[in-house]
Design a protein around this ligand. Structure first.
Ligand code: DMJ
Length: 441
């Protein structure tokens, strides 16, 4: 009998405990509050919390309230009404874009413009739309390049745009926010400028339908031909698909369809460690690297949203392997050797976002289990007494002194939505921008 019991123990894999969604959602919400309270205590009125030194950082030397604006719609979604009311009042009283600073158009658009627009749509507070419109006006001169593709930086006060060396992500990740601003203000100028930039970029794709990693927005010449779905390119593809859905835009639908065909033809790499989307030369399709990282892990979500569940599930499985290898995902690996090439973990959300999308479409409890793993590892390695910290090294788990605003906008929001009741956000009626701000269809 004893022998039989032993045999059974060896042969039958221990089934994972089913995930108690309500309990997990409550835990994520509590951790959001923990992180938010750290920000409130040590960084209130500034851009981001430095959780180890218990201080703060302003990206441009003057505060643009990155964390409050990024976090506000997460509070609304989590039903944190008191925190949301206090934060909203603070934003409308204190946030001013009348500042003589040169900012990154991409970051300001996805975090601040996106955050203001989604919070406006959720609360109906016209002061938030007014702020968004003011910001949008100040950003517009960024498109005044010979090609119509935006410069990288823009001075919020003088409108002076600079830095012509850009990339597909920074050129092509604007249309959801600018288009929504047009819809809400009835001024087409925002949508038109962002669409023209997207068209100009797409027109410069290679003969095999791919884009590279760096482009000169004045000459329209590619500087770096590396083609992949990682940083510097990633959300360009995301916005082609989402633009087609948010605005029922046929051009974007066709650009997305053509691009996906090229990605599937040229990038898919079936390795021993799983299916990946690797890196090739945009001109020849020749493989140049077997690299994949935390940023690339947004792609299963986009594939799922586009209807390709088969590749989405396979890729998310590979990503999960990447996470589990070090019990937290590195910024970059070689997926053939699984060697860590960049050991940072800056509290990124993408792999969690993909689990959320895949659970929505499949209802497969595997994705809840993945979410639980992500959450437990985050708490174990990234939690500090006063917030959450990036990891300098996923191997040693040494923490770094920053809590990026997207941790509250995205990482914890997607974790929460994965476990919260399915109707917490009406998935079919919103499109999340790349910073997880839901915009109404
Ligand atoms: C966020 O600001 C956005 O998700 C962006 O698209 C990529 N980088 C961070 C999160 O990793």
């Amino acid at each position: 009998m004893k022998k039989l019991l032993l045999l059974l123990l060896v042969a039958v894999p221990v089934a994972a405990q089913p995930v108690d969604r309500a309990a997990m959602a409550a835990r994520v919400r509590a951790e959001f509050l923990h992180a938010w309270h750290g920000y409130e205590r040590y960084a209130w009125g500034h851009d981001e919390l430095r959780p180890l030194s218990k201080s703060w950082v302003d990206w441009y030397g003057q505060p643009l309230l990155m964390t409050p604006v990024d976090a506000l719609d997460t509070m609304l979604i989590m039903g944190l009404d008191d925190e949301a009311a206090k934060t909203k009042n603070f934003i409308v009283e204190k946030l001013s874009f009348d500042r003589n600073i040169s900012v990154k158009n991409f970051e300001i658009t996805i975090r601040l413009l996106g955050g203001l627009l989604s919070s406006y749509e959720m609360t109906g507070d016209a002061r938030l739309l007014h702020l968004a419109d003011d910001l949008g006006r100040r950003l517009l001169p960024v498109f005044e390049s010979p090609t119509g593709m935006p410069y990288v930086c823009i001075n919020l006060k003088t409108g002076e745009a600079d830095d012509e060396l850009s990339n597909p992500a920074e050129v092509g990740t604007l249309i959801l926010e600018f288009g929504t601003l047009s819809r809400l203000t009835h001024d087409p100028v925002y949508f038109d400028k962002a669409k023209r930039a997207l068209d100009a970029l797409y027109a410069r794709r290679s003969k095999i339908g791919l884009v590279g990693e760096e482009i000169d927005v004045e000459s329209g010449v590619w500087i770096d031909p590396a083609s992949h779905v990682g940083g510097a390119i990633d959300s360009y593809y995301e916005y082609l698909l989402k633009c087609s859905q948010l605005f029922a835009d046929r051009d974007c639908a066709s650009m997305w369809g053509e691009s996906l065909r090229a990605l599937n033809d040229c990038l898919i790499d079936d390795a021993a460690s799983g299916l990946w989307y690797g890196e090739v030369d945009m001109r020849t399709g020749e493989r140049t690297a077997a690299e994949f990282g935390a940023l690339n892990a947004f792609f299963p979500a986009v594939l799922a949203l586009g209807g390709d569940l088969r590749h989405a599930e396979q890729l998310e499985n590979s990503c999960y392997g990447m996470w589990n290898d070090q019990a937290i995902e590195p910024e970059l690996i070689d997926y053939r050797s699984m060697e860590v090439l960049d050991a940072h973990y800056p509290l990124r959300p993408e792999i969690i976002e993909s689990a959320y999308y895949l659970y929505h479409y499949t209802k497969d409890p595997r994705y809840l289990e993945m979410g639980r793993t992500f959450f437990e590892d985050l708490v174990r390695y990234c939690r500090t007494d006063d917030g959450y910290a990036v990891l300098q090294d996923v191997i040693t788990k040494k923490q770094g002194d920053l809590m990026p605003s997207y941790f509250l906008a995205e990482t914890l929001k997607y974790l929460y939505l994965l476990f919260a009741p399915d109707d917490t956000v009406d998935f079919d009626w919103v499109i999340f921008n790349t910073e997880a701000h839901p915009l109404r269809r």
